[in-house]
Design a protein around this ligand. Structure first.
Ligand code: GLU
Length: 421
């Protein structure tokens, strides 16, 4: 991995910049530059042909000053410890910015889910929980889904953990299916939260959300729902969308229901009839109002940031914009709203699920979306207000730096009050 694209180095560089602007205490800064605990585990799992294969898994608990660690688990062939460390730092800032009572964590397993059947997936998932089980729990560390992990995988994991501790522990993991007390609204809460932020940002930029032209990179859980919701909530027009195989562009707008059908049948959005085929790179460079990167990290870098034409970039993926690119976008006057604000709806939905699990009292979807809207709107405002506050002192800062300042000061305050420095 190129040094400047190493996500952990990126997360540290972002923290360093924020620390300088906010004049963060040196001891707090040093504590927050590294994770509190890093686990690497070897997971033996039985394969369909009877052989046993060993998988490598990670769980990084970044900081728990404000509450139990919280964050998803990714299954990816290119998973590595530095990516997991970075993502666990971003979870810490995400939970703090949302002001929910959690620290941050992240997990991952090096595996290719596309080549595994359900039994193999189940064996690896249960094995992972047996390996990290004693380090997690509803008041220690609460995992959740992320890239290529599903509610079914969360169900197996919750079941395995419950067997280990000898009783049902629904609150140990979130993103579960509804049958075992997942939450209403959790499935699309990441995208829904992103849409509430888009509504507020577009309003602030004096644009009309109904007339906004949107491009979405990625058609997984986040991207697909963001597309569907932008149409359902605001009737905005999505003109471009992509998946890992490439993208499409339709000047007059893409029909969501038709696209879902095409993707299901053909396995790629490029089979959409009558569309111009474009690459993932080209999609990022379209002259749209809102660009939503909803795939993987490091999509907008120093190499292409100059060619970005969108007015607003909504980072629904984790880490899609590198710091070099960040500076270029800021210079160009493009509003780039950071991942740990835009995609925090996922973990906020998880928080609601966990709160319901530990209290045993269950809410309706309307309760969930209403409370989500309140938190997202407040988070967006705290970022916008912090930018204004610094501008008032003659210092122009990006939305990402403003979000860092809000998040890091809360974690630092908790550490200080607890007597950690
Ligand atoms: N994986 C999601 C994220 O990156 C959700 C994490 C969670 O719900 O704990 O925010």
């Amino acid at each position: 991995m190129k040094e400047e694209l190493n996500p952990f180095k990126i997360s540290q560089a972002q923290l360093d910049s924020a620390a300088e602007i906010m004049n963060l205490d040196k001891a707090a800064h040093a504590m927050l530059r590294e994770p509190m605990r890093t686990l690497t585990v070897n997971i033996p799992a039985r394969m369909r042909d009877g052989t046993t294969k060993t998988f490598t898994g990670f769980r990084v608990q970044y900081n728990d000053a404000r509450g139990p660690c919280k964050g998803g688990i990714r299954y990816h062939p290119a998973e590595n410890i530095d990516t997991v460390k970075a993502l666990s730092a971003w979870m810490t800032w995400k939970c703090s910015l949302a002001n929910i009572p959690y620290g941050g964590a992240k997990g991952g397993i090096i595996c290719d889910t596309k080549s595994m059947n359900d039994t193999e997936l189940e064996n690896v998932s249960r094995g992972y929980i047996r390996s990290i089980g004693r380090f997690i729990g509803p008041d220690k560390d609460v995992p959740a889904p992320d890239v290529y992990t599903t509610p079914q995988i969360m169900a197996w994991m919750m079941d395995e953990y419950s067997k280990m501790v000898g009783h049902n522990e629904f609150g140990v993991i979130t993103g579960k299916p509804l049958e075992i007390w997942g939450s209403e609204g959790r499935g699309d809460s990441t995208a829904m939260g992103g849409m509430f932020v888009m509504r507020e940002a577009v309003k602030n930029m004096k644009m009309d959300v109904k007339k906004a032209k949107i491009a979405v990179q990625g058609f997984g859980n986040a991207g697909m729902y963001a597309f569907g919701l932008s149409k359902r909530l605001f009737r905005s027009k999505v003109v471009a969308v992509s998946d890992s195989q490439g993208g499409i562009y339709v000047e007059g707008g893409i029909d969501y229901d038709k696209l879902v059908e095409v993707k299901k049948k053909a396995g790629t959005v490029q089979a959409y009839p009558g569309a111009e085929k474009i690459t993932n790179e080209k999609l990022l460079e379209l002259g749209v109002d809102v660009l939503i990167p909803a795939a993987l990290e490091n999509q907008i870098t120093a190499a292409n940031a100059d060619r970005i034409k969108a007015k607003l970039v909504l980072e629904l993926a984790n880490g899609p914009v590198t710091p070099d690119a960040d500076a270029i976008l800021f210079e160009k006057g493009i509003v780039d709203l950071p991942d740990f604000l835009v995609n925090s709806g996922g973990v906020i939905g998880s928080y609601f699920e966990w709160a319901q699990n530990i209290s045993g009292y269950y809410w309706t979807a309307d309760d969930v979306y209403g409370k989500l809207d309140t938190i997202m709107t407040k988070s967006y405002k705290s970022v916008a207000d912090t930018q204004k506050q610094y501008a008032g002192k003659g210092k122009k800062i990006s939305p990402r730096m403003a979000a860092y300042i809000v998040a890091v000061s809360r974690v630092a305050a908790a550490m200080k009050t607890r007597g950690w420095y």
